[in-house]
Ligand binder design. Structure first.
Ligand code: XMP
Length: 516
């Protein structure tokens, strides 16, 4: 059993599926307590050995009554480790401790009115009546012995929250982790407080720990890092640079397919500001030559990927031939998806074109415990420029897949000039951070227009802007008409050759985010 003094300030989220665990872990970290996702079948012995400050049982898509429904090692609840059950976790806990769970004839979905007891430990200082977010068919109909029912919902007064503060066991039927439960974060905080977890998870501590771990891993070895212009590789490189300084060589392949000013920013941040050993390879001509006459999207991707690897390998050999370590910007969600943080595989889309997996390097992955928002926080703390830290996701093949048809210097210039205006105006309207990706696309058609007294026969561009959580699905962004108008006017006035602007109102599915 863990005691207050030797426990780790970590909260384990037991994962019952369907992405709930990730959201909960993020909320715990927002309260500055480190949180890790573990499989729901973690044993009591493992928990006892790792001594977390607390456990949270996540929601899940199943009913506790179906055959093979995921549960927990009941011994976990006897360890004296504080536990918070959420939704499915609330039911699992009730069932494991001798309460009763049954299908309810009043299932609740969405916003629900909840009446709670503000004198309880979990709901301390919250209003006695509040809105919560529900999603359940089953309900706890009888609380286990020793538990006080501290909150109910609906006409049938279902048990929506319960606690046994003496054993530090708590649970709620609703989802405190979602923004539709306005006092949800207070529930998380009350639990963390009851668990005695100290709020030590801050950007500064993350940096200190990462720096220490990098030094321990690489010793006096040489380290190689490919910079793509994106957030993850930039923050990873900046961390490694802080840890081992000149032992790091950064290679930036400028393939000429980045957006306006992005290549220059890499040079400014890493070459000038951080003064890293930065090797920039100007491969713009090489890529243009390789792409000449190619119009098929997958063919373009293959060529860009192939050329990237060749250039990167040659530059690394020449400038960091004795490097034993390679930096990767792998994030925590990548590891969760690939099986709970054990596999260390090179993820192709973390690199400009994707590196082959037979490279003989030991991987240095300083971001492997971080969510994207934490990577940004660390990037800001390290002094990376704002544009870089808040950069939107960008496809490895870059503008190559935003130009429909052949990629030529002239078409790249057109697209880049229009794209720059799209971004600048969305930023000016304050929409930049709520939009997942926004950019211009240059289609392979021409359109007739009239400017002044003259008929024009120019190029249209298409604005693409979507909101999304993870790029798997996306909704077209509801950009106000006056912002669209401003973009259209500026693009047509300022970019010679473009005479029409269209807005793409397709969501994903059925569309994809990119056009190619
Ligand atoms: P789609 O267009 O499939 O894009 O909805 C989903 C996300 O992936 C990015 N994307 C790519 N990233 N190489 C990459 O590294 C690619 O070939 C590629 N194609 C699309 C896209 O920008 C979006 O974030």
């Amino acid at each position: 059993m863990s005691s207050q003094s030797d426990q780790h300030d970590t909260v384990f989220v037991l994962d019952f599926g369907a992405q709930y665990a990730q959201v909960i872990a993020r909320r715990v970290r927002e309260a500055h307590v480190y949180s890790e996702i573990v499989a729901h079948d973690i044993t009591a012995a493992e928990v006892a050995e790792r001594r977390p400050a607390g456990l949270i049982l996540s929601g899940g898509p199943k009913s506790v009554h179906v055959e093979g429904a995921p549960s927990i090692d009941p011994g976990i609840l006897d360890l004296g480790v504080p536990v918070l059950g959420i939704c499915y976790g609330h039911q699992v806990m009730a069932q494991a401790l001798g309460g009763r769970v049954a299908k309810t004839d009043a299932p609740e979905f969405g916003r629900t009115e909840f009446t709670g007891d503000p004198s309880s430990t979990l709901l301390a200082d919250q209003p006695d009546s509040q809105t919560v977010w529900m999603s359940h068919n089953d309900a706890v109909v009888e609380a286990p012995e020793g538990f006080a029912v501290i909150g109910r919902t609906g006409v049938s007064q279902q048990i929506a929250a319960m606690e046994d503060p003496s054993r530090r066991l708590f649970s709620v039927q609703y989802h405190p982790e979602v923004s539709h439960t306005p006092h949800g974060q207070d529930v998380i905080k009350s639990f963390l407080h009851a668990a005695g977890a100290r709020p030590s998870w801050t950007a500064l501590n993350v940096i200190d720990e990462a720096v220490e771990a990098i030094r321990a891993q690489v010793g006096d070895g040489q380290v190689l890092c490919g910079l793509s212009g994106g957030v993850d590789s930039a923050v990873a490189a900046a961390l490694v640079h802080r840890a081992v300084g000149d032992q790091l060589t950064c290679v930036f392949v400028d393939h000429g397919l980045l957006r306006h000013n992005e290549a220059e920013q890499v040079q400014q941040a890493f070459g000038d500001h951080f003064d890293t050993h930065l090797v920039t390879v100007d491969a713009k001509e090489r890529f243009l030559t390789a792409l000449a006459g190619v119009t098929e999207p997958e063919e373009k991707r293959k060529i860009i990927g192939r050329e990237f690897i060749r250039v990167f390998e040659a530059a690394s050999l020449e400038h960091a031939g004795d490097a034993k370590f390679l930096v990767q910007g792998t994030l925590y969600p990548d590891l969760i998806e690939s099986g709970h943080g054990t596999a260390s595989t090179i993820k192709s889309h973390h690199n400009v074109g994707g590196l082959p997996d037979d490279l003989e390097f030991d991987l240095v992955e300083p971001l492997r415990w971080l969510f994207k928002d934490e990577v940004r926080m660390v990037g800001e703390e390290l002094g990376l420029p704002e544009e870089m830290v808040w950069r939107q996701p960008f496809p490895g093949p870059g503008l190559g897949v935003r130009i429909i048809g052949e990629v030529t210097q002239e078409r790249l210039d057109l697209l880049r000039a229009a794209d720059r205006i799209v971004l600048a105006e969305l930023k000016r309207a304050g929409l930049e951070r709520e939009i997942w990706q926004s950019f211009a696309v240059l289609p392979a058609i021409r359109s007739v227009g009239v400017q002044g007294d003259e008929r024009t026969y120019g190029h249209p561009i298409i604005i693409r802007a979507v909101t999304s959580e993870d790029a798997m699905t996306a909704d077209f962004a509801r950009i106000p008409y006056d912002v669209l108008e401003k973009i259209a006017t500026r693009v047509i006035n300022e970019v010679p050759g473009i005479n029409r602007v269209a807005y793409d109102v397709t969501s994903k599915p059925p569309g994809t985010i990119e056009w190619e």
